[in-house]
Design a binder for this molecule. Structure first.
Ligand code: CA
Ligand code: CA
Length: 316
């Protein structure tokens, strides 16, 4: 009997499904009852046992227990970038490694017989030094974009810049544990917008690993306070404002219609509109915390002002 644990975010050729983002905490409030997960919230138990239970949980009152098989669910997103995290807990070391099909496992990692993590790099298994503890909940964060992915464990980067076999769209998530000994899963979250404040930041400089990897080729390669190539902003400021760190990229304009302000709204950010009668005066916020995707504001209070200046502040 094979006893294998692996965790896969894979690509299948099956048709896309409706939801673009997957959040699953296995809770009653999310429509999940104890017992088999099969058929609940669009999940399938593909083999073995996938049971929602209330004895071993990471958050809330329920979590998924998997043994001798796996579960899967279709996902759909038009975005090429995904942020994914979940908590997993295994109860003993697997006895065999899984056999993975790289073509259907764009982003995949598993735990080998030494409890080391093994990641797929361009379809090839690479053993990492990082080991998963037994009988402890461990958080995993995955970031993937443009055919490259990163993996972090409990907030620390363990592998980055891993190439995928192809850049096909993700359309399925699979979690498997072929061991007879139980493994547990909770708080699975797959998003195509950044979850601010929840991303691993290896060097604790306020810029998450994924952004440093994407723009500087390594999760600690960016100097947060150094001047960027975008106006007078620092690199951290270009991260916060979701601006190009290497070239001028103004997100804002005032329109000909008096009082009409428009900007390029930034996902996962808030926008404040500020006004001043002249540049020697302090700017005062006239609208605050405007969420994405709102991208305009009409300032009825100053349409008759003889002069005025607007600015848009983008923040986390
Ligand atoms: Ca839960
Ligand atoms: Ca950082």
């Amino acid at each position: 009997m094979r006893t294998v644990l692996f965790i896969i975010v894979g690509c299948m050729v099956a048709g896309a499904q409706a939801a673009s983002v997957l959040f699953e905490d296995f809770e009653p409030s999310n429509g999940v009852a104890t017992g088999s997960l099969d058929g609940q919230n669009g999940w399938s138990v593909d083999s073995g046992s996938g049971n929602v239970q209330s004895s071993v949980v990471q958050s809330g009152n329920q979590a998924l227990e998997i043994s001798a098989g796996g579960v899967s669910k279709g996902i759909s997103t038009n975005e090429s970038v995904l942020w994914l995290h979940f908590y997993a807990r295994i109860t003993e070391a697997p006895q065999l490694d899984p056999v993975l099909d790289p073509a259907s496992a764009l982003v995949a990692f598993y735990v080998n017989t030494n409890l080391n993590l093994v990641v797929l790099s361009n379809g090839v298994p690479v053993e990492l030094a990082a080991q998963i503890p037994v009988n402890v909940w461990t958080r995993f964060d995955i970031y993937c974009n443009s055919g490259v992915w990163n993996l972090a464990m409990d907030g620390s980067n363990v592998a980055s810049g891993l190439p995928m076999v192809s850049s096909n769209a993700f359309d399925q998530v699979m979690v498997s544990n072929e061991s007879a000994a139980s493994s547990f899963l909770d708080s699975l979250d797959i998003a195509d917008t950044e979850q601010v404040g929840k991303m691993p930041d290896s060097d604790a400089d306020g810029i998450p690993d994924w952004w440093e990897q994407e723009n500087f080729g390594g999760v600690t390669n960016c100097t947060a306070g150094a001047p960027s190539g975008n106006g007078g902003l620092t690199y951290k400021e270009t991260y916060v404002a979701v601006l190009d760190p290497f070239s001028y990229d103004p997100p804002f304009m005032a329109l000909d219609n008096p009082g009409a302000v428009q900007w390029t709204s930034k996902a996962s950010r808030l926008h404040d509109v500020e006004w001043a009668p002249c540049l020697q005066s302090n700017f005062v916020a006239i609208a605050s915390d405007i969420p994405w995707p709102v991208d305009s504001y009409f300032d009825a209070a100053h349409t008759n002002a003889p002069s005025g200046f607007y600015r848009v502040k983008i923040h986390l």
